[in-house]
Write a protein that binds this ligand. Structure first.
Ligand SMILES: NC(=O)c1ccc[n+]([C@@H]2O[C@H](COP(=O)([O-])OP(=O)(O)OC[C@H]3O[C@@H](n4cnc5c(N)ncnc54)[C@H](OP(=O)(O)O)[C@@H]3O)[C@@H](O)[C@H]2O)c1
Length: 329
């Protein structure tokens, strides 16, 4: 098996978790790390055993023999940082939300395709075995026809107006940071809605503190989704079908199992505990794609990332949330 040499761009919270989980991926090596601070890059490289540490993101693209870069910067920066790597011909795994809006996402896709470079959204949930099994069960009709989906993601986050979660300049707010997960699962399990309604409560900075979404589908299904930075929620995903219920076990963003409950019967449970936090699934999938010479993931094609960004745009239009630079006041 060949070795894939990874780079990480932006060395914050998630970069640390990703670097730790790379140890669970056969054939993965942390080759280079890039920070805006040389000292931070050096310390990170020493801790996680990276061969190269650079003190600017531009310098990362000059590191020799890099196979793929994981982009772990705030939402507002994904577009520029992904473009930086794609234009240098380096494959990209970019954190969620893919970009701030669909226009930015379209540009990434266009550049990746024009250059023939691999690009994938780091929507880690998609690559969990529990999610694959849930899809199989639903397709096999385990709970009949799905008629309703409930999913939410919430936590209490201290209010820091300049921090990543609340700062409009970093495209903060509950929807883009965590509401994107329920929305992603609704798209995965139910497809594209025919109607989207949403309501939000703003934080002091103007970004959404909480967002509640209602969606309807051509087949008669509906979905109730929520996100908040104000209180811990159940972080659940439950699908209600004509014959029973299917629930992702554990937090719906990183599920470790599936439960199927049919009326009058014992629940069936399937368990898939990850060895680490579960970031290794997406990294291993990227390596499989690269090994096959693919330019996008068959599990999360770029068209899905684009439709998800359009859904986020539609929700933001309903709640009247625009970020600096998007225009329209
Ligand atoms: N998949 C998941 O489970 C998961 C979980 C949490 C977050 N995320 C996503 O991962 C991304 C990063 O989140 P995080 O929690 O790791 O954030 P974080 O701790 O704030 O780290 C972000 C890093 O981005 C870099 N950066 C570049 N420009 C920046 C700017 N203008 N302001 C602040 N930082 C800047 C900094 O790295 P340097 O100082 O090294 O340059 C910073 O440490 C976001 O897209 C978020 O949605 C995903």
């Amino acid at each position: 098996m060949r070795t894939y040499r990874w780079g990480i761009l932006g060395l914050g919270n998630i970069a640390r978790k990703f670097a730790a989980d790379l140890a669970h991926v056969p054939g993965a090596s942390l080759h280079a790390v890039a920070s805006r601070s040389e000292d931070k890059a050096q310390a990170f490289a020493a801790e996680f055993g990276a061969a190269h540490a650079v003190g600017s993101y531009e310098a990362l693209t000059a590191v020799p023999d890099l196979d793929v870069v994981y982009i772990a910067t705030p939402h507002s920066e994904h577009h520029a940082h992904a473009l930086l790597c794609l234009r240098a011909g380096i494959a990209v795994l970019c954190e969620k939300p893919f970009t701030v809006n669909a226009i930015q996402a379209q540009e990434l896709v266009a550049v990746a395709q024009a250059r023939g470079v691999f690009l994938m959204e780091a929507f880690w949930t998609r690559y969990f075995p529990a999610v694959a099994h849930a899809l199989e069960l639903l397709q096999a009709g385990a709970i009949g026809e799905v008629k309703h989906l409930v999913a939410d993601f919430g936590g209490f986050m201290p209010y820091e107006p300049l921090g990543r979660l609340f700062n409009p300049n970093l495209a903060g707010g509950s929807l883009l940071d965590i509401g994107v997960y329920p929305l992603f699962l609704s798209q995965l399990f139910l497809g594209q809605p025919t109607a989207v309604e949403a309501i939000s409560v703003a934080a002091g900075t103007g970004v959404d503190l909480s967002c509640a979404m209602s969606l309807a589908y051509a087949n008669g299904a509906t979905a109730s989704l929520a996100s908040t930075l104000a209180a811990p929620l159940d972080n659940q995903c439950v699908l209600y079908g004509t014959r029973g219920q299917l629930r992702l076990l554990g937090p719906m963003y990183a599920p470790h199992g599936v439960r199927v409950q049919l009326p009058g019967q014992a629940a069936q449970e399937f368990s898939y505990p990850p060895p680490g936090d579960g970031y290794h699934y997406e990294a291993a999938h990227v390596q499989q794609c690269l090994a096959q010479g693919l330019l996008e993931s068959p599990l999360l094609p770029l068209s899905s990332s684009l439709t998800l960004m359009r859904l986020l745009d539609a929700v933001r239009q309903r709640i009247g949330l625009r970020y600096p630079g998007e225009g329209g006041g």
